[in-house]
Structures are given as structure tokens and as C-alpha cells.
Ligand binder design. Structure first.
Ligand code: HEM
Length: 303
């Protein structure tokens, strides 16, 4: 992982590639890849098998989207092309990244980006399968906001407010990135004690997101409405809700995640209703990410 000045340069070069200006092309790519997956689901359902392991499916399609976004689309739109463009702008005075560093950045997007977003969608489907009222509310919102139009307008997606509350609540309860690490580069005074230089700090996001003292008695309940008028979901301390980390190193891909999340969920909810399969075994496990150990089998029904 890049650190210090090396990180500053890398972050500077990659930031423009995540500008919403480039999202239009990405959105069509997401719609096409997702529709391909859903067409397969329809064939499977029609052949009499309604049980689909959506974790597996969504991880594959998430990987396809990010791989095409990084390397595969037209040169003007893929990340590598955008990074090369930014890297070559005049006035960098020798402060550029090598080709290998640029390719490494694209690999970081791939590993940072495809699993986490796919998991956010997967856990959302699990919770929506258990909370049919929210599944119906989101479907209703999609009908009102998107209607029969194609999903081509980013402003349309921005109007899906309830879907945003659901996403925030899912990222609270099942944070795909369950912890954040830092290393103290010098002695740091925190109130009345000192964190010595070189200490590795492990910030346990899952524990903070489930702390009754911060969230109240209903901390373990799925209540998207806590995010209705508050970006921190009513948390007692705004630095304790950290699905994307914090500070200068905060996740660079979060806007891209919002986009993919909304596109994929809108397409699924418009075509299917779903319930948990009786074969689902609830067992979240933390490795690098927080994932369902035995996948997520859902019973899918055509609308
Ligand atoms: C639900 C989806 C996602 C979650 C929960 C997530 C979470 C995180 C977290 C917690 C960090 C560390 C922040 C810190 O140390 O303060 C991070 C960093 C990062 N993420 Fe994400 N991420 C997601 C999606 C993505 C996507 C889609 C991409 C790119 C396509 C991406 C690319 C990155 C990169 C490049 C970094 C390192 C940034 C830096 O060190 O300057 N992430 N992410």
C-alpha cells in the first residue's frame, strides 16, 4: 500500500478518474451487465428452479463491471485511460506515476471495488428478503421515480432516497469493509495518553456500528428510516459511522458504489420479488471483507 508522499501523488492522479463526469458510460455498462445476469435468472426460473445463490451471481457481475471499467471500455472511458491522461498533463514537473504504478492502481480498484460493492448489494437482498415491507417500499419508489424510463439519467438515480437509506443501514449492520487500519507515523497525544510512533491501529467498524451506547436500544434492528434526515443515522458521534473510512484516505470509490448499487437493485426489484430460501444459513464471517459464509440462496419470483 502506498504511503506518505507516494500516496499523495497517487491519490492526486487517480481522483479525476472518479469524477461523476465519467459515470454516464459506466452506467450503461452496469445496466448491460446486470440485464445479462437477470435474463439468465428468468430462464432458470422458467425452467422450474427458483432458487438462486445471488451472492455468487452478483460477485461475478460486479467483477465483470469493474474489470471492464478498469481496462475494457473505450480508451476515453476506462480507468487506465483516464489515469494515463491525468498522468500526462503538462506541469507535473516529473511528478508522474510509472506505467507499472498505473496498472497497480487499476488492480487496487479491482480488489477494493468489486467485492465490497457486491457484498453491499448481497446483504441488502438478504435484509429486503426478510423485510418485505421495505422491499415493497423500494419497488414503489422505483415506480414513482424511474417509471418505465431507461435507467440512463444519473439525476433519476439520485432521487431514489429510500434506497439510499436502505444502503446506509445495510452498510451499518453488515459493513463490507469491517475494519480500517492506520499506523502512527509519530507519537500522537490522545487526551491524556500517547500512542507511540509505529503503533498499528485497528479500528473495529463492526463493533462501533453495533454499539448500543451510540445507536440506542434498537441498534441491531433494520431501520433504514434512521437515515431519513441524518447522514449519520442518529449516531451519537458522527465519527462512529464509518463504512467508507475517514480523512484523506477515505474510500475513493464510494460514488461509484452508489451508482452500481442503485442500478443493480433497481433492475432486480423491477423484475423480481424474493424471499429467503429455507436453505439459507445465517453466518457472516470476517476475513478481509464481511461475507455470508454459505452464500445467499433466495427464492426468486417473476413479477
Ligand atoms: C460498498 C463498497 C465499498 C466499501 C464499503 C469500501 C470501503 C473502503 C474503506 C473502509 C477504505 C479505507 C478507508 C480508510 O482507510 O480510511 C477504502 C479505500 C479505498 N477504496 Fe473502497 N470501498 C467500497 C467500494 C470501492 C470501489 C467501488 C472502489 C473503486 C472502484 C474502491 C476503491 C478504493 C481505493 C482505491 C481505496 C484506497 C484509497 C486511498 O488509500 O487513498 N472502493 N474503501
Amino acid at each position: 500500500m502506498a504511503e506518505g508522499n507516494d500516496w499523495v501523488l497517487r491519490r492526486h492522479v487517480i481522483t479525476p478518474a472518479f469524477s461523476p463526469l465519467h459515470f454516464k458510460a459506466l452506467e450503461s455498462l452496469m445496466v448491460d451487465s446486470t440485464k445479462g445476469m437477470l435474463d439468465k435468472w428468468v430462464l432458470q426460473i422458467n425452467s422450474g428452479n427458483q432458487e438462486i445463490d445471488v451472492e455468487k451471481e452478483i460477485t461475478v457481475v460486479g467483477g465483470e463491471i469493474i474489470a471492464k471499467a478498469s481496462f475494457g471500455m473505450s480508451y476515453q472511458n476506462n480507468f487506465l485511460g483516464l489515469l494515463l491522461q491525468e498522468n500526462n498533463v503538462e506541469g507535473r514537473q516529473g511528478k508522474t506515476l510509472s506505467t507499472q504504478q498505473l496498472v497497480d492502481e487499476c488492480k487496487t480498484f479491482f480488489f477494493g471495488g468489486h467485492d465490497t460493492t457486491a457484498l453491499a448489494i448481497t446483504w441488502s437482498l438478504m435484509l429486503l428478503a426478510r423485510h418485505q415491507d421495505w422491499q415493497n417500499q423500494l419497488r414503489e419508489e422505483i415506480r414513482e421515480v424511474v417509471g418505465d424510463n431507461e435507467l440512463s439519467d444519473i439525476n433519476t438515480l439520485a432521487a431514489l432516497k429510500k434506497m439510499e437509506w436502505v444502503m446506509n443501514e445495510v452498510l451499518r449492520l453488515y459493513s463490507p469493509a469491517p475494519n480500517i487500519q492506520r499506523q502512527a507515523r509519530e507519537n500522537i497525544q490522545v487526551v491524556d495518553f500517547i500512542v507511540p510512533k509505529g503503533t498499528n491501529l485497528w479500528i473495529d467498524v463492526v463493533v462501533m456500528h453495533h454499539d448500543r451506547a451510540l445507536w440506542g436500544k434498537d441498534v441491531n434492528e433494520f431501520k433504514p428510516e434512521r437515515f431519513k434526515d441524518d447522514a449519520h443515522g442518529g449516531c451519537e458521534h458522527k465519527m462512529r459511522y464509518l463504512p467508507f473510512g475517514f480523512g484523506g484516505r477515505m474510500c475513493i470509490g464510494r460514488n461509484l458504489t452508489f451508482l452500481e448499487y442503485k442500478v443493480v437493485l433497481t433492475l432486480i426489484l423491477s423484475r423480481f420479488s424474493f424471499t429467503l430460501s429455507t436453505t439459507y444459513c445465517h453466518s457472516p464471517s470476517v476475513l478481509l471483507t464481511l461475507r455470508p459464509t454459505h452464500g445467499l440462496p433466495l427464492m426468486m419470483h417473476l413479477l
